[in-house]
Design a protein around this ligand. Structure first.
Ligand SMILES: CC(C)(COP(=O)(O)OP(=O)(O)OC[C@H]1O[C@@H](n2cnc3c(N)ncnc32)[C@H](O)[C@@H]1OP(=O)(O)O)[C@@H](O)C(=O)NCCC(=O)NCCS
Length: 155
């Protein structure tokens, strides 16, 4: 699949919001994406397009030497073709360029596809937040990649 990854813009937000709602039981609001685009200086919000179709998006935050994957989702018909991996390489690659040298994320304990994805990228389990998610009180696993490699160089 030919994939184009670029920074998220206002006109992407309706499709991003739609994919967010299709992917998560606790989606963000459209306003929160606009906040990431315009107001949050720590944010690296990216979209991936296959032609004119939104294939996925990611939001990475970077503060000093830490990156954090805030959210990531891939359209159902685009899954298992490396879109998430490419988005993570792009997002963490930019965070590395800004100074990040480790990366954190939270994932639902029962989210096996995401857990597998992060494990294959070298993340390890770092901490557990019991009953973290408001909808079903599922535990969150905090995963860590330390040191964060320069993913700009790897892909
Ligand atoms: C998790 C998610 C982002 C993965 O996106 P994706 O584009 O399908 O992932 P990739 O194709 O880049 O997968 C890379 C690797 O991750 C692992 N992986 C991804 N999905 C998997 C699945 N369903 N089952 C097992 N392993 C999986 C595999 O090791 C895969 O490599 P392979 O296909 O060569 O075996 C996608 O399933 C999704 O959007 N889920 C809903 C939202 C979500 O849970 N986001 C994460 C929140 S923490």
């Amino acid at each position: 699949m030919e994939l184009a990854i670029r920074r998220m813009q206002d006109e992407d937000v309706p499709a991003v919001f739609q994919l967010d709602r299709a992917s998560f039981s606790l989606p963000w609001t459209e306003l929160s994406y606009l906040f990431e685009i315009h107001k949050n200086e720590t944010s690296i919000p990216l979209v991936a397009y296959a032609g004119t179709d939104l294939a996925g998006f990611i939001v990475v935050w970077q503060v000093e030497d830490e990156a954090h994957i805030g959210t990531i989702a891939v359209a159902e018909n685009a899954r298992r073709s490396g879109v998430a991996r490419s988005l993570i390489y792009a997002g963490l690659g930019q965070a590395y360029s800004r100074g990040a040298r480790k990366a954190f994320l939270e994932v639902r304990a029962g989210n096996q596809p995401a857990r597998k994805l992060y494990l294959t990228l070298g993340f390890v389990d770092f901490d557990l937040r019991k009953r973290y998610y408001a909808d079903n009180h599922e535990d969150a696993i905090i995963m860590l990649l330390d040191p964060l490699p320069d993913m700009n160089a790897e892909e």
